[in-house]
Design a protein around this ligand. Structure first.
Ligand code: PLP
Length: 384
């Protein structure tokens, strides 16, 4: 099994760090290791790299550099946005979509302990939130609405440009928080145009290093810090800055933005080809998520008659690495909260196949050949 060439189509989970990114990071581990708060030349060099990185991030989302707060990743950015608002507001209600990432949904317990009520907005069968239903969930006591841009499992995109302005008009004083971890650099996004107040980003989904992310905090929005310490990141996120990680993240953003349009087009075309071939040759097959308003690199497919866990392991044995949509522990047939929210109750052999900008036509051809062998074999072993 070890000498089977790998086809990595699990880029929604994480991506390979680009060599250009690693090259940009290395000097900041070695000769330029200074603390960005130090006043000597090594400190100044790190501070300069930090400032430049902040500019690159800000430019990519239409923000000011002073509105970018570096964090340890998407999970921390989600936590800082939600808990930071909770600690700085008198309001006691929040709204979240039912399909949010666990880093958002898992905040509910903490919020409830602080006296908040949380309303979960349902999604339609394609995973989209209905604007009127969302507005109906808000009240004068709503501090924050949390809505992810692209869903990490089914790839469905929310219509932020329509929702943001409508939300602000309907519910004055509410803050709009968007988790853009999956969509960043794959879908154009301008924080001002979508009336976004807080935006979570992560580096490792875009060929940057793991353990680094950012939170856009619109000027004028106050967050209670969730760590106690020095005054780094304007006091919002104390702790010595991870300069190599931040430099790597910024380099990943710079590389991704330079060719974003061509990359999106190529990924979409390869992904469409993959879906079309699966539908044509492996029937019955169902596509989860919105048929058009979806991430360009995401195919989330049900292969009824097969069990997801079995499919996953059989595909891996052939060298194809993807994700399943079911809880992957022995005997479990429970599907994820996202699949449940779009109406799936039991394992229907769901696979999440996610491409990246380096995915080649040859890899898709080989992946399809493997699927065409494995799916019938897995179906022969039984499933829903
Ligand atoms: N939000 C979304 C939508 C994600 O897909 C992920 C990662 O899977 C996260 C948040 C968490 O990001 P990180 O892995 O950087 O903590």
């Amino acid at each position: 099994m070890t000498d089977v060439p790998l086809i990595y189509l699990d880029n929604g989970a994480t991506t390979r760090t680009d060599t250009g990114v690693i090259d940009a990071m290395v000097p900041f581990f070695a000769e330029s290791f200074g603390n960005a708060s130090s006043l000597h030349r090594l400190g100044v060099k790190s501070r300069r790299a930090l400032d430049q990185s902040r500019q690159i991030l800000a430019h990519a989302i239409g923000a000011k550099p002073s509105e970018i707060c570096f964090t340890s990743g998407g999970t921390e950015s989600d936590t800082l946005a939600i808990r930071g608002v909770a600690d700085a507001t008198r309001r006691r209600h929040m709204v979240m979509a039912a399909t949010e990432h666990p880093a958002v949904l898992a905040q509910q317990e903490w919020l409830k302990r602080r006296g908040f009520t949380v309303t979960l907005v349902p999604v339609d069968a394609n995973g989209r939130v209905d604007l009127d239903s969302l507005l109906e969930c808000t009240t004068g006591d709503t501090a924050l609405v949390s809505l992810m841009h692209a869903n990490n499992e089914i790839g469905t995109l929310q219509d932020l440009a329509r929702i943001g302005p409508a939300l602000k008009a309907h519910c004055p004083g509410v803050l709009f928080f968007v988790d853009a971890v999956q969509s960043f650099t794959k879908v154009p996004l301008h924080v001002g145009r979508a009336h976004i107040d807080l935006l979570a980003l992560s580096s490792h989904k875009i060929h940057g290093p793991k353990g680094v992310g950012a939170l856009y905090v619109r000027e004028g929005v106050h967050l209670g810090p969730q760590l106690a310490g020095g005054g780094q990141e304007g006091g919002t996120r104390p702790g010595t800055e991870n300069i190599p990680g931040i430099v790597g993240f910024a380099e990943a953003v710079r590389i991704a933005m330079a060719t974003a349009q061509e990359d999106q087009k190529r990924m979409r075309s390869l992904r469409d080809n993959l879906i079309a071939e699966c539908l044509a040759t492996l029937a019955p097959v169902e596509l989860n998520g919105h048929p058009e308003h979806r991430l360009c690199n995401n195919a989330n497919l049900n292969f009824p008659g097969a069990k997801a866990e079995i499919l996953l392991h059989m595909l891996e044995a052939q060298g194809l690495l993807v994700s399943s949509g079911a809880a992957c522990h022995a005997g479990s047939r429970k599907v994820s909260h996202v699949l449940q929210a779009i109406g799936l109750q039991v394992d229907r052999g769901t696979l999440r196949i996610t491409l990246c900008r380096h995915t080649t036509p040859d890899e898709i051809t080989r992946a399809l050949a493997i699927l065409k062998t494995v799916v019938p074999e897995a179906r022969a072993m039984g499933g829903a």
